[in-house]
Design a protein around this ligand. Structure first.
Ligand SMILES: Nc1ncnc2c1ncn2[C@@H]1O[C@H](COP(=O)(O)OP(=O)(O)OP(=O)(O)O)[C@@H](O)[C@H]1O
Length: 264
């Protein structure tokens, strides 16, 4: 079966040089992600996860190696891709309503006719209702809780029906209860919209709970320590799934991979 993966990274390396000092972030990363797959990426703090995501999103360039989106080398930011970042309060525009924030990626120069503008507004409303915020269209981000703001960011990310959704620690800034709700919401959206998601997280349980496969990254300069298929049944339940022996086994395996050895 020679299916083309949605995204393929081959032999990526990346270093940063600042004030004469060079930091090697990515030593060597090769992986592919199939359309429809939920891929988790875990690794220790500072290992290079965000750097990897930025390269995949076309926001940064690897020093060597290639990234292909749907079989074509990427030359900029692929249009069929959305990103959700951890810091919702910095990614939303405070002067726009939630509806206008969500509509933002659909905006085109003023050449859009009245009917087309109404259609994008309708699309934004639909995305807002998918994340449970239909009644908050006219609010501004600063009038919403942190979890609600991240829902707005999620709605904005899905409004254009991206083929790939990249998420960088999207739930790291909210409390545990909200985090669980947002995880479930993301899974629901993934199923409803047939999304392909790459989730970067330092939370091992979150990666296992959400993913079809987890890439475990080594400390900086990073490489892939292990690719772990997560064969837990779906739909997954916050309590039942996490209590399964298979879940615990995956958790133990990843912890062992990431625990520093005594002589390291
Ligand atoms: N623009 C930059 N200039 C210089 N160094 C950088 C830059 N971006 C990242 N780095 C360095 O590259 C390394 C990897 O950083 P990165 O943010 O990718 O790690 P991370 O795994 O996402 O970290 P965390 O889990 O703490 O968010 C770090 O040592 C960081 O200081």
């Amino acid at each position: 079966m020679a299916e083309i993966p949605l995204i393929r990274a081959t032999a990526l390396t990346k270093s940063f040089t600042s004030r004469g000092r060079t930091t090697r972030a990515i030593a060597d990363i090769t992986f592919a992600q199939a359309e429809g797959e939920f891929l988790g990426v875990v690794g220790p703090s500072g290992c290079g996860k965000t750097t990897l995501l930025r390269c995949l999103a076309g926001l940064d360039h690897p020093d060597t190696g290639t990234i292909e989106f749907d079989g074509h080398p990427i030359t900029g930011i692929p249009p069929a891709l959305s990103v959700v970042f951890q810091e919702y309060n910095r990614s939303l525009f405070p002067w726009l309503t939630t509806l206008e924030n969500v509509r933002f990626p659909l905006r085109r120069p003023s050449s859009l006719g009245r009917r087309a503008r109404a259609a994008t507004r309708e699309q934004a409303r639909e995305a807002l209702s998918r994340v449970g915020l239909a009644d908050f269209a006219d609010h501004h981000p600063w009038q919403l809780s942190g979890g609600m703001q991240q829902r707005v960011a999620l709605a904005r990310a899905i409004v254009s029906r991206p083929r790939l959704l990249l998420m960088d620690e999207p739930f790291a800034s909210v409390d545990a209860q909200t985090r669980a709700t947002l995880e479930q919401l993301t899974i629901t959206l993934t199923v409803e919209l047939g999304l392909t998601v790459l989730l970067i997280t330092h939370d091992i349980d979150e990666a296992i709970f959400m993913s079809d496969r987890v890439l475990v990254l080594a400390a900086r300069p990073t490489h892939i320590l292990r690719e772990l298929p997560i064969d837990l049944p779906r739909p997954r339940d916050d309590v039942e799934t996490r209590a399964l022996p298979l879940f615990q086994n995956h958790r133990r395996d990843i912890h062992h991979l990431l625990s520093p050895t005594p002589d390291s």
